[in-house]
Design a protein around this ligand. Structure first.
Ligand code: TRP
Length: 343
């Protein structure tokens, strides 16, 4: 039997997709289709850990699924679905809630950041968030997860849950006929150098959907004029572009814009600076604007076409969910057995 390594990743439908989601995540999912069995989820159950207007949740769920496809994920190869259609995610996350320890969750920096001073008032789901994420991954025994730096701690927790489950139930796992561990140890999958897109207004902050200024974020659905305008008004310093990457040190805004150019054109930063070194922003920004429009506009057009076709989107998500369930169900049946649930 040949072993195809399985990849799982997910994006939360809690806001409009932006360039950071595209360059940092979605675009990196595409080449993995050639080398792995790929499962890409729209994690709507994670989204509701904070309040979501139900109509927005639906719209964003469709939007992410459409972006996956418009960016080059092939629904005939990759499994594309929304999490809530496969109820085994919820079932396994409950079991993991009983494996993970309060202290593990309390240490999660993302929870501490999100809860802030308000930790008595956030949802119980927000606290348990990483346990559902571990369930997403381990429900398919996925071994590779392409995610950014900010999710590393959650993946560590996924490994801790897998190890504790393997340890606590080792007798039952063995009795079921498994030679070694039941859950694999999941690794972060690096797919080339990570592009961490920063705000167009402040190079020390991540590009984000929750930025106070609309001008700091390029949204996937922005039209060509809006993209060009946002790049034109992006904050920069007064110096000309350096002729090699080392010259960007300490120039956060310059580094971000050149990095975006390099990522969008699939070139190295040094290569881009070889072309633009010595020139001013008046030259570089229009070139970046044109490039961004040429890459993003066809994706936006395809996203718009897809989201307008609810019938097609529903069929794709349902088909993906059916395929996901076909993998998940036998694994879940083993888990129930191991834990001691009667069926
Ligand atoms: N927590 C991830 C994020 O905020 C989203 C996510 C949920 C995820 N489940 C996952 C990512 C499983 C990778 C694998 O970005």
């Amino acid at each position: 039997m040949t072993f195809t390594p399985r990849v799982f990743s997910g994006i939360k439908p809690s806001g409009d997709l932006h360039l950071g989601n595209y360059l940092g995540a979605i675009r990196r999912f595409v080449p993995l289709q050639d080398t792995h069995e790929t499962i890409y989820c729209v994690v709507d159950m994670h989204a509701i850990t904070v309040w979501q207007e139900p109509e927005d949740l639906k719209r964003w769920t469709y939007e992410i699924a459409a972006a996956y496809i418009a960016a080059g994920l092939d629904p005939a190869r990759s499994i594309i679905f929304n999490q809530s259609q496969v109820m085994e995610h919820a079932e396994l996350s409950w079991i993991f809630n009983c494996v993970a320890r309060m202290g593990w969750m309390a240490r999660m920096t993302q929870f501490k950041d999100k809860a802030g001073e308000n930790s008595e008032n956030v949802s119980l789901g927000l606290f348990a968030y990483p346990s559902l994420m571990a369930a997403d991954i381990l429900l398919y025994k996925a071994t590779g997860v392409p995610v950014g730096e900010d999710q590393k701690q959650h993946l560590e927790l996924t490994r801790d849950i897998a190890k504790k489950f393997n340890h606590d139930f080792r007798k039952q796992i063995k009795a079921l006929g498994f030679k070694g561990d039941f859950f694999p140890i999941t690794e972060t999958l690096a797919t080339g150098p990570a592009m961490r897109v920063k705000s167009l207004k402040d190079g020390s902050k991540k590009m984000s959907k929750s930025d106070a200024s609309d001008m700091s974020t390029i949204y996937m659905m922005d039209d060509a004029d809006t993209i060009a305008k946002k790049i034109k008004r992006a904050t920069t310093d007064a110096d000309a572009l350096p002729s090699e990457a080392a010259g960007l040190a300490g120039r956060l805004e310059a580094e971000n814009l050149v990095g975006i150019y390099a990522a969008l054109s699939n070139r190295s930063v040094d290569d881009v600076l070889g072309e633009f070194g010595g020139q001013g922003w008046g030259k570089f920004k229009p070139a970046l604007g044109d490039l961004a429009v040429s890459v993003l506009s066809p994706i936006a057009d395809e996203m718009k076409r897809l989201v307008a076709d609810r019938g097609e989107m529903d069929a794709i998500l349902r088909g993906g969910a059916d395929r996901a369930r076909a993998i998940a169900q036998p694994i879940m049946a083993d888990i129930r057995n191991i834990v001691g649930f009667i069926r």
